[in-house]
Design a binder for this molecule. Structure first.
Ligand code: NI
Length: 188
């Protein structure tokens, strides 16, 4: 759509109480359990669940074309609560295709964990709760985990030329997983 990219784009709109994003040119992508094959450790538990179950959806605004140098995107992710076996629902996770591109995530609603992994698979986490703002340095893979009982809503802003490298995560995963142990989230 040629009218989508403008030198001076109109503002988009965030409902700060819900994280909902609306406005001209907002796009949406939904990920179901069936589309996240191989992501969760307990494959038998994954197989026993309905593949059309929604895990997360991203609504995003690209005021400039994907790949533009120097531009910024904005998005809202809604990650549903749930588990596959003892492992919490999570996003796929990725490095950026241009590795040194950083990103911001900010929590609007819910509770969760932000997982980070360096290129040497060193993995660490930060607690997410309403108001937390997470800086994701360049060269660090990132994933969001919902450790609560309600949808986890986050806002993000990233470089328009960052791109996504999902393949590294699909083949090797993160160095650690967020699972429930005696009712509490635990990074193992
Ligand atoms: Ni990213």
């Amino acid at each position: 759509m040629s009218t989508q990219f403008k030198v001076n784009p109109q503002p988009t709109f965030v409902d700060w109480s819900t994280g909902d994003l609306s406005g001209e040119g907002i796009e949406e992508s939904v990920k179901t359990l069936g589309q996240l094959a191989g992501l969760f450790k307990d494959e038998a538990a994954w197989r026993s669940m309905d593949p059309v179950t929604e895990v997360y959806r991203v609504r995003f605004w690209r005021p400039v074309p994907e790949g533009t140098s120097g531009g910024l995107f904005w998005g809202a992710t809604i990650l549903q609560p749930g588990r596959v076996g003892d492992e919490y629902f999570m996003t796929h996770g990725h490095f950026h295709a241009i590795r040194d591109r950083a990103e911001y995530y900010a929590t609007v609603k819910g509770t969760g964990a932000m997982l980070f992994m360096g290129e040497e698979e060193h993995t660490w986490s930060q607690t997410m709760k309403p108001g937390t703002v997470h800086y994701i340095p360049g060269k660090v893979a990132h994933r969001v985990v919902n450790t609560g009982h309600e949808p986890l809503v986050i806002l993000a802003s990233w470089h328009s030329d960052a791109g996504h490298d999902y393949a590294s995560i699909r083949t090797k995963g993160f160095g650690k997983r967020m699972v429930v142990r005696e009712g509490e989230p635990c990074l193992v």
